[in-house]
Design a protein around this ligand. Structure first.
Ligand SMILES: C[S@@+](CC[C@H](N)C(=O)[O-])C[C@H]1O[C@@H](n2cnc3c(N)ncnc32)[C@H](O)[C@@H]1O
Length: 219
């Protein structure tokens, strides 16, 4: 029963079945508004973006450097910039990045926007914070829209992410995952790269458990 319920409520199925997201839609947080294009991950659909935004709320980000890796609509990047952070937003989805340029000027918030496959074009070697809301369902993405949801049949996104993280010197790397995905397997891949995922925050909302993990190097 739970499996059937899960299938019906799977966020990606819910999202693709809604005509609502076939048009640009507005998403807002704390006075910041972004136009989300149909090809871009809609933060309205899942709890993950909102949980990360709420997590950042009490933090003192003034003058802190922050990278939103895979920024989608960029609402997290723009919110961090509104709190005084020096923000870089990156994505492989060029439609998302073009819209983010427009959204950043509409909100009067200046951020650096970089087209990059993971860290490929990220020049800065160290950020105070890296925030990641990854694609975490194990399936091969068929197009740019699906790349926001699917990490590859063999979790290729995570293989590459963890490999690239081993050479970096960032202070705090936070990544959100839901109980909906195979957390044990993702942790196992991290371990292969001598990385460790520890729970920074756990939240249950609408029967779904979400975890913000801190990624660190094994001692
Ligand atoms: C789940 S969405 C999260 C979007 C946004 N951070 C948020 O929280 O609303 C994942 C994002 O990662 C991007 N992405 C997927 N694979 C990527 C890669 N290899 N390099 C950079 N970005 C990637 C997708 O295009 C998408 O925008």
């Amino acid at each position: 029963m739970r499996a059937i319920l899960k299938k019906i409520t799977h966020p990606f199925l819910k999202y693709t079945s809604q005509k609502y997201f076939s048009k640009p839609r507005i998403y807002g947080f704390e006075g910041i508004k972004v136009k989300v294009m149909p090809e871009v991950f809609p933060p309205h659909c899942t709890l993950s973006t909102k949980i990360l935004l709420e997590y950042l709320k009490p933090l003192d980000l003034n003058e802190k450097t922050l990278l939103e890796l895979g920024s989608g609509s960029g609402i997290i990047a723009l919110y961090a910039a509104s709190k005084g952070a020096k923000v870089t937003a990156s994505d492989i989805n060029t439609i998302a990045l073009t819209a983010l340029k427009e959204n950043s000027s509409q909100n009067g918030l200046d951020i650096e926007i970089v087209e990059s496959d993971l860290f490929q074009n990220i020049k800065q070697q160290r950020f105070d914070y890296i925030i990641i809301n990854p694609p975490y369902y194990a399936k091969q993405p068929k197009n740019i829209k699906e790349q926001a949801w699917f990490c590859g049949e063999n979790f290729e996104y995570f293989q590459k992410l963890f490999e690239e993280l081993t050479t970096r010197t960032d202070h705090t790397i936070l990544m959100i995952l839901s109980q909906d995905c195979d957390i044990m397997h993702i942790k196992h891949i991290a371990k292969q790269w001598s990385l460790h995922l520890t729970i920074e925050q756990e939240q249950t909302k609408l029967l779904e458990q979400n975890y913000i993990f801190r990624i660190s190097k094994d001692d």
